[in-house]
Design a protein around this ligand. Structure first.
Ligand code: NAD
Ligand code: MG
Length: 397
């Protein structure tokens, strides 16, 4: 068996740690080349001790100095690098086979794109990268012979439910629709009036999944599903009207593909990200993930409902941005990141997240996307407008 050399971007996060958990189960199969984090150097240090990577990268300069000092003291031979260019380096350098792209938000775009442009096997958790720059990203994958494997549980389920040799043509595969399941998050059934008062702690208490704080809030607003609609469009070349969101509170079916003969193929499993991560790490083989077997008797029932557009306006905002095309999804994503950060910081009420995004989309003229600079320009402009909107909404509170 060839040993796969892996870079884990965002190693200290929820996906990063689950990835390392799976990797640790297969020491003969995987070798960790590099790990990265924003500024959590202590956790990164523990990971360096366990996995002995060649490089550890921190975005934060002070954190990088602290890590370097501690590693030296412990006699660990990992080299510490710092900054965005270093993230791109560990994502693209020769000797790396596979890159787990698990940085949260727009910050993950450039390193993920660097991996695609270097023709790596890219395990993509960082959905925001694809939302912002779908066309450019998919083109880079194609032009440079990269392999793109989705980590998002829904897209991993869809990938598993599609024929393996379909060449990306859904019509030729006989696909009628993609059914993207969603748990509905923590606020699926509370009275709508109560949404005005919900706190970050409540929003981050997801009923089925343990995740980072940003994606937890995205799940509570269901913008996560909106971003995933856009992600599915790019990953599977799926027309927007063939992607249907289905609320399924148990999170046992991770998504489905409906075919023209009436067949619906689904992937089921316990809600644990180590399953899609192990699938992508081992692909095309199946490997142990540490996830317990699904107990159908305990699950007992599977429920489905249509999403309520009044409760979850973010889903429709995402569909509208996808239909508009060009820079609209990048604007949607940036405004969402600003609004979610403000909510987590107790600077914005929960329901104002959608209003900030709507306002930002309306305020920025739609542009074409041919270059990465256009994407990053739209991202920067949207952040500024969204931030102004957050400040304005504070003034009126
Ligand atoms: P997280 O907040 O737990 O971890 C984020 C990681 O990125 C950390 O290692 C952090 O240090 C690093 N990071 C943060 N900001 C950075 C920056 N500016 N530059 C460099 N590194 C930075 O997030 P998560 O829940 O692991 O999610 C990661 C990505 O995976 C997100 O895009 C999310 O949407 C996606 N995803 C997560 C889950 C899940 O179950 N957690 C499921 C599906 C998809
Ligand atoms: Mg998901």
């Amino acid at each position: 068996m060839n040993v796969q050399s892996i870079t884990v971007l965002g190693a200290t996060g929820s996906i990063g740690m689950s990835t390392l958990d799976v990797i640790a189960r297969h020491p003969q199969r995987f070798r960790v080349h590099a790990l990265s984090a924003n500024r959590q150097w202590e956790r990164l240090y523990e990971q360096c001790r366990q996995f002995q990577p060649r490089y550890a990268v921190l975005l934060d300069e002070t954190a990088a100095e602290q890590l370097q000092a501690k590693l030296k003291l412990s006699g660990i031979d990992t080299q510490v690098l710092q900054g965005l260019a270093a993230l791109e380096q560990i994502a693209s350098e020769p000797g790396v086979d596979t890159v787990m792209a698990a940085i949260v938000g727009a910050a993950g775009l450039k390193p993920a794109l660097a991996a695609a442009r270097a023709g790596k096997r890219v395990l993509l958790a960082n959905k925001e990268a694809l939302v912002m720059s779908g066309q450019i990203f998919m083109q880079a994958v194609q032009d440079h012979g990269a392999t793109l494997l989705p980590i998002d549980s829904e897209h991993n389920a869809i990938f598993q439910s599609l024929p393996r040799d379909g060449n990306g043509d859904l019509r030729a595969m006989g696909v009628r629709r993609i059914l993207l399941t969603a748990s509905g998050g923590p606020f699926r059934s509370i009275p709508i009036d109560a949404l005005a008062q919900v706190t970050p702690t409540q929003a981050c208490a997801h009923p089925n999944w343990v995740m980072g704080r940003k994606i937890s809030v995205d799940s509570a607003t269901m913008m996560n599903k909106g971003l995933e609609v856009i992600e599915a469009h790019w990953l599977f070349n799926a027309p927007v009207d063939q992607i249907q969101v289905v609320i399924h509170p148990q999170s046992v079916i991770h998504s489905m593909v409906e075919y023209i003969d009436g067949s619906v193929i689904a992937q089921l499993g316990n809600p644990d990200m180590r399953t899609p991560i192990a699938y992508a790490l081992g692909f095309p083989e199946r490997i142990e993930s540490g996830v317990s077997a699904l107990d159908l008797f305990q699950v007992a029932r599977l429920d489905f409902e249509a999403p309520d557009a009044r409760r979850f306006p973010c889903i429709e905002l995402a569909y509208a941005a996808l239909r508009a095309g060009g820079t609209a999804p990048a604007v949607l994503n940036a405004a969402n990141e600003i609004a979610v950060a403000a909510f987590l910081d107790a600077q914005l009420p929960f329901q104002a997240i959608a209003s900030v995004i709507e306002h930002t989309l309306a305020a920025i003229p739609l542009g074409a996307v041919e270059t990465l600079e256009q994407v990053l320009g739209a991202d920067a402009a949207a952040r500024q407008i969204a931030q102004e909107q957050v400040v304005r909404s504070q003034a009126t509170c």
